[in-house]
Ligand binder design. Structure first.
Ligand code: NAP
Length: 257
């Protein structure tokens, strides 16, 4: 299914939607790996499916609390994961958690603008910062030149709604200004993080999952989570330094910024 052989993987927003499907598909493939499935409320009712999955794969999945809106929670989660990964570090971090908010120039509330920026931009910024030391350890420990997700990588799950080129043609259908503006910020974060960490040979790129039937994508979406995640994992497994700082979709096509 996937060429991804990364040993230690962390996914944010792993309790439902695409995050949960990523954990499911990774835990079912035959490559030996450990998955840190993070979510903001591990004991809550919205995390029941993840707890069930972790019960099925007790040696593969560890559930960790991580609330992207709470800097202390991000720090604590990184400390905990850091103590668990050991001398080979963390290979792959998937920044997946996000919130959506609807609105236009005329209707977007200040609260929605702040909340989307907080969860979709500041959260991932802090996550990259706090987890970077463990990816640096993994990059050094790998002993192989170049970049790959098996070595060390940040994959930022973005959207064409955050693409300056693509959003005008879909804005009528998806008037989600707070979300689109925050994801454009997330795209810039991806480009700048890629620039800062390229000397460490840690890959960093943005990935659009397609329009997917999840709580965020809604029932009219064209893709099932299974198909989107199969595609994304195929792309993730194939990445090299050539895709560093780039924006691709789940089929591997380039998305214009
Ligand atoms: N579905 C689509 O059509 C589509 C299209 C383009 C891009 N995307 C991107 O794909 C990613 C996943 O989306 P999805 O469709 O799976 O959305 P979803 O079903 O709404 O799931 C969102 C996930 O993010 C988590 N989350 C929200 N705020 C959080 C916070 N402060 N801290 C930690 N976790 C938080 C949620 O946890 P709770 O249960 O605690 O709320 C949930 O696990 C997002 O980055 C989204 O922008 C999706």
């Amino acid at each position: 299914m996937t060429a991804l052989k990364a040993c230690k993987i962390l996914i944010t927003g792993a309790n439902r939607g695409l995050g949960l499907e990523i954990v499911k598909q990774l835990s079912e493939d035959s490559c030996q790996k450990h998955i840190f499935a993070t979510c903001r409320d591990p004991d809550g009712s919205k995390s029941e499916a993840l707890r069930e999955l972790a019960k099925k794969h007790p040696n593969v999945i560890t559930i960790i609390r991580l609330d992207a809106d709470d800097p202390c929670s991000v720090k604590e989660s990184a400390k905990k994961v850091g103590s668990l990964v050991g001398k080979n570090g963390l290979n792959l971090l998937v920044n997946n958690a996000a919130i959506v908010a609807n609105g236009t120039v005329q209707t977007s509330s200040v609260e929605d603008m702040k909340n989307t920026f907080n969860t979709n931009v500041i959260g991932p910024l802090l996550i990259i910062r706090e987890y970077l030391p463990y990816l640096q350890i993994a990059a050094k420990a790998s002993g192989t030149p170049g970049m790959s997700c098996n070595k060390a990588a940040f994959i930022n799950i973005s959207t064409i709604a955050g693409s300056m080129t693509r959003i005008p043609s879909i804005y009528n259908q998806f008037p989600t200004l707070p979300y689109a503006v925050s994801k454009a910020g997330f795209n810039m974060l991806t480009v700048l993080a890629a620039e800062e960490i390229k000397a460490d040979e840690i890959l960093c790129m943005a990935l659009h999952p397609g329009w997917v039937k999840t709580e965020l994508g809604g029932d009219d979406a064209t893709l099932e989570p299974k198909e989107s995640v199969e595609g994304m994992l195929r792309v993730i497994g194939s990445l090299t330094e050539k895709q560093h700082g780039r924006f691709l979709d789940y089929t591997g096509e380039t998305v214009p910024w």
